[in-house]
Structure formats: C-alpha cells, structure tokens
Write a new protein. Structure first.
Length: 205
C-alpha cells in the first residue's frame, strides 16, 4: 500500500516520496540478492508493502526500476565520496573501504552485474561515467598539486584505489582463503583498515 501520513488537521494523505523510497530500498535488496535476471517484481512489491500496479506507476518496468536503483545509489555514494575526497583521494582509502563495508548490498549488486552483463551494455552508463571522470580529474588535480604520486595515469590510480577498497568485500571467499578470516568479521576489518592506512602513505609523492 502507498505510504500515508496525517496532515495538520488529522486527514490521512498519501506520501509518494516515502513510497518511492520503500520501493527503492526493497529493490536494492532483491537485486543484490538475486541479480537483475533473478529478481522478482512481486517480491519487491511485497517487501515494499506496495502492490505491483503502484510499483509500475512510480518506476515503469523492471529495467526502469533497476536503473532507478543504480542512479539512486550512485548519487548517494558520490555525495559521500565528495565529503572526504577533497582532503586526499588516496588518504580517503580507509574511508572508502568502510563505505563498502557499510554498503554490501551495493557491492553484491555490482558483482551480480559483472556476471549478467551481456555485450558490454551497462545500465546508467552516462551517470556512472560522469562519476568516474569526476574522480579521475580530481586525482589529476591532486597530482598537479603535489598531493598524490605523479607519473601514473589518474585512471590507473583510480582503478587501484577502487580495487583495494572493494576486493575483500566483493570476493569474500578469497578473503577468507587468504587471511583465514571472514570478510565481515570485525577483526579482519580492523586489520585491513590499518593496512590501508599504512599503504595510503605510499601514494604520496
């Protein structure tokens, strides 16, 4: 059912923004658990406490909903990244790792996407590419300012930093094989965060 609230005179009114957010949250859970191919609109509607008609009204078809989830998460993650990246992209590496630890639904969603994407077609490519280009330019600026190691392509540094912050969460089975600890264990996360703090210094000039 659509979200409802009472106005100042006690009359119940619909709250479309809360309904949209509930649907997005439920869709993120479903897509991250089953991937795009395996996700079911009926399951999303049930967990969002909405009917399928309402879901289609707000988001269109399944592909449109998937795109909306991606763009919502991309905007959310970029806003958080901007909150600390101006200090130093490299020295924000431990925070980026923590961000991924706190956002495992997004990590699983991207892992599913890598398995199910055909012909290099990515949803929301323009928005995703804009975010990547923004970070590449920020790294280049910090190289020119002498704050990050120069002599490397910004794109390659970006890829290395993203990999360091993402890999243990995206491939938890390898994390456990290599370290003997589950990727979601507090002990592993503390130790790996200290490791990232140590190697972040190596990105300085």
């Amino acid at each position: 059912m659509p979200s409802q609230r009472k106005n100042l005179i006690g009359v119940t009114v619909r709250d479309p923004e809360r309904t949209r957010r509930r649907i997005l949250d439920a869709a993120l859970k479903e897509f991250s658990a089953r991937g795009f191919a395996g996700a079911r609109i009926s399951s999303i509607a049930r967990h969002a406490k909405a009917n399928k008609r309402m879901l289609y009204h707000y988001f269109g078809d399944k592909e449109d909903l998937f795109r909306a989830v991606l763009e919502f998460k991309l905007n959310e993650r970029m806003a958080r990244f901007k909150s600390y990246a101006d200090g130093s992209v490299a020295e924000g590496l431990p925070l980026l790792f923590q961000h991924n630890c706190d956002d495992t639904d997004w990590v699983r969603l991207t892992a599913w996407e890598s398995l199910q994407t055909m012909n290099d077609k990515l949803h929301s490519w323009p928005a995703r590419r804009r975010g990547a280009v923004y970070t590449n330019k920020l790294i280049r600026q910090q190289q020119e300012q002498g704050r990050i190691l120069a002599g490397c392509k910004p794109e390659h540094l970006h890829l290395a930093l993203a990999s360091l912050a993402l890999f243990p969460i995206a491939l938890p089975q390898l994390t456990r094989v290599i370290t003997g600890l589950p990727a979601d264990s507090p002990k592993f996360r503390r130790e790996y965060t200290r490791f990232l703090e140590t190697i972040a210094v190596g990105f300085r000039p």
